[in-house]
Design a protein around this ligand. Structure first.
Ligand code: ADP
Ligand code: ASP
Ligand code: MG
Length: 451
């Protein structure tokens, strides 16, 4: 077969029938696009997450269910309400209502994932119908057959080898004659129970499928024409970056640029698959190519912002000249599946940051009572919220004189809580109060990345 591309469309790209038509045009423009990975239509996952939490009143639940139905109905009407799709969507909506009621009585993580997975199951059904009506040979594929994960509901870890084998066995043969339409974000454990990869996980799904199928390119279609120098919603002078390396883009995604899920680049890097990021609203506007190497490698490339950080300071006088304190801390965090972002240490304390946003599909806090109790048992624990992590992304930053002066001069009016610099030549990160975050990003961008 000639070149194969996996194309992923995010929530706004499949928000309604008109948006879906634009996706169909992008998919069919090149014969290479054989796998299409979709998010749920815009707003749907948020509604499902609310229902899954099991804390809505009966009246609120009804309003949520009506909103969900209306998003699906608008698309179905545009498609002419065809049978049996109408019945399929109705039965999914009924299942959602049943699960939401069940969640109100007794919610558990497995039920939450089954519920929030329904958005992608619906959007892919609708898009497959649209593609078929347009005369294309599209086939709906339940990704849970091949997207094998562990059982960590809400933020499951993919089983790379199993996904590769299953994708080769069950999906690859379809690509010859069909365009395969499948779900992002969702998977299943070895028992067949539905799992999810965490909020924004559809990018990651697409990259995992691209890796498993060994395709030539991955396209991420979203609502902006590429990866910008910073979030264009935050800084209007932000501009798209025509090309960026895997390492830089991975740092950006990890440290908060919402345009890519943090783990998206890992499979692409493992297989060296180039990634294109563009806007489904304006495909002609071009976008960003993420590749192994690029022509230019500027000192400063972009600024990323991740809000909602927790700063955890652990103080133990026993740490003085002692071994094993850090190991003890990290063993507890690892046992609870908590990943640490930044670390700084002093003689008797260690400060670490944890990401509170989007870490789990359900949005639950990563730091629960059990973890705190286990830490409290051997050290003094201080938890601070309302902090934001600012990351400056670039090249050879730790090898150039004066980087610190340039960066901290730009933000001299703000209280910088913690700094991490030097572990990677591609980033310099620091924490600031949440209330200062936007201004800090704007100032940094203006000073270091403005034209
Ligand atoms: P999708 O639903 O397509 O996955 P997302 O909302 O998850 O889209 O991601 C796209 C959004 O990411 C943009 O609308 C933009 O506001 C935000 N964003 C944050 N940082 C960046 C950046 N550096 N470049 C482009 N977009 C960014
Ligand atoms: N629908 C999921 C979410 O909103 C996954 C995604 O869109 O990537 O988080
Ligand atoms: Mg996204």
């Amino acid at each position: 077969m000639s070149k194969v591309t996996v194309a992923k469309f995010g929530g706004t790209s499949v928000a309604d029938a008109e948006a879906m038509r634009r996706c169909a045009a992008i998919v069919t423009q090149t014969a290479n696009t054989r796998v299409v990975v979709l998010s749920a239509s815009s707003g749907v996952t948020n509604l499902l997450v609310d229902l899954a939490r099991g804390t809505l009143s009966a009246a609120e639940q009804e309003i949520h269910l009506k909103k969900l139905k209306s998003i699906q109905d608008n698309i179905l009407t545009e498609l002419g309400n065809p049978s049996p799709l109408r019945e399929t969507i109705d039965s999914i909506l009924k299942e959602i209502a049943d699960m939401a009621r069940q969640a109100n009585q007794n919610s558990d993580a497995a039920l939450e994932d089954r519920l929030v997975a329904q958005g992608e199951l619906m959007s892919t059904r609708l898009f497959t119908e649209m593609m078929n009506q347009l005369g294309h040979k599209a086939v709906w594929f339940d990704v849970r057959k091949i997207m094998r994960t562990d059982s960590r509901f809400g933020r499951a870890t993919p089983a790379i080898e199993a996904i590769h084998n299953l994708a080769q066995q069950d999906m690859a043969p379809l690509l010859k004659d069909h365009i395969v339409i499948t779900q992002g974000f969702i998977g299943a454990n070895a028992d067949g129970q539905t799992t999810t990869l965490g909020r924004g996980g559809s990018d990651f799904s697409a990259a995992l499928l691209a890796e498993a199928l060994g395709v030539d390119e991955l396209e991420i279609w979203t609502d902006v024409p590429g990866i910008y120098t910073t979030d264009p919603r935050l800084v209007k002078e932000a501009h798209p970056i025509p090309e960026i390396t895997f390492s830089e883009a991975a740092e950006m995604a990890t440290f908060g640029a919402k345009v890519l899920h943090p783990a998206t680049l890992q499979p692409a890097v493992r297989k060296g698959i180039p990634v294109f990021v563009g806007s489904s609203k304006d495909p002609a506007a071009g976008g960003t190519w993420v590749r192994e190497s690029t022509e230019s490698s500027p000192l400063f490339r972009a600024v990323a912002l991740r809000r909602n950080q927790i700063l955890l300071t652990l103080h133990s006088p026993n740490m003085l000249h002692a071994c094993g304190f850090l190991a003890q801390v990290f063993t507890i965090l690892a046992k609870h599946g908590i990943s640490v972002d930044l670390i700084t240490t002093s003689e008797v304390s260690v400060a670490i940051t944890l990401d509170q946003t989007g870490s789990q599909s359900s949005g639950r806090s990563v730091l629960n009572e059990t973890v705190l109790a286990e830490l409290n048992a051997f050290c003094k624990v201080k938890v601070e919220n309302d902090l934001a992590l600012v990351a400056l992304i670039g090249n050879r930053m730790s090898e150039v004189n004066g980087v610190g002066t340039q960066v901290f001069d730009a933000v001299s009016e703000h209280n910088v809580r913690m700094i991490c610099y030097g572990a990677s030549t591609h980033n310099l990160c620091f924490l600031v109060p949440e209330s200062d975050a936007s201004l800090v990003v704007q100032k940094l961008h203006q000073r270091l990345l403005g034209h």
